[in-house]
Write a protein that binds this ligand. Sequence first.
Ligand SMILES: [Zn+2]
Ligand SMILES: [Zn+2]
Length: 250
Amino acid sequence: MPTVAELSTPYGNFMLGPRHGPGVCRVCLNPTDGWGCCYACAHGGRWLDAMVPISYSVAGEQLHHALACYKRAPQPVAREFALGLAAVLWRWLRTHERCVARTVGETSFQLVTTVPSGDRLRAGAHPLQAMVAELVEPVRDRFEPLLTRSSKAVELRCFSRERYVARRELDGRAVLLIDDTWTTGANAQSAAATLKAAGAGPVAAVVIGRHVNRGWRDNDERLRALPTPFDWERCALCARERPAQTARAG
Ligand SMILES: [Zn+2]
Ligand SMILES: [Zn+2]
């Protein structure tokens, strides 16, 4: 059986860890035109207390491909991608769950859940839920499917408090919400709104890939400026406190 390090290391060869700074959305780390907040975050719901992407998912590139294949490829290919992505989540959460928790005033999250699949055709299958609940050791014992999709017709990619229904009251518990991809944030913010309405305490999201297009404005240049290889010891949160040593001294 391969180890978590063996399964996740190939992903470190192409993942790009987002960093806070000027020209990056303070909510979702989307590159912006100099604004502090991107259009989607400024105009959508804002219910998450924190959101941390592990990597950018660049359209058409390797992580984007993996995030599509673990859900849609035929077996056993899908399973292989699920194992790799689970190892990425495992390795990252083992080090950085505490960074996310600290940001929302907690030491850890009492409950961990996933954003239900947005694909109506897959309503019965939840590859992300299966991955987190079965494979991601640092959180699987705290996993609970807290949300289901509502039967209401809600416009795709738009924030709505009616997209999901909570399965139970949450009595102030801190919830870590895991999703595979963040594009506009509508799904995760809708999920957070429902969790809060059910009485959740702090709700933070960790997503594997923050979707970006390399061709937009100067994104290519900005993506090339990110630290490589992927730094497993730093996330977007703790990199602010402990910036990596740069190659050039003084
Ligand atoms: Zn944003
Ligand atoms: Zn961290």
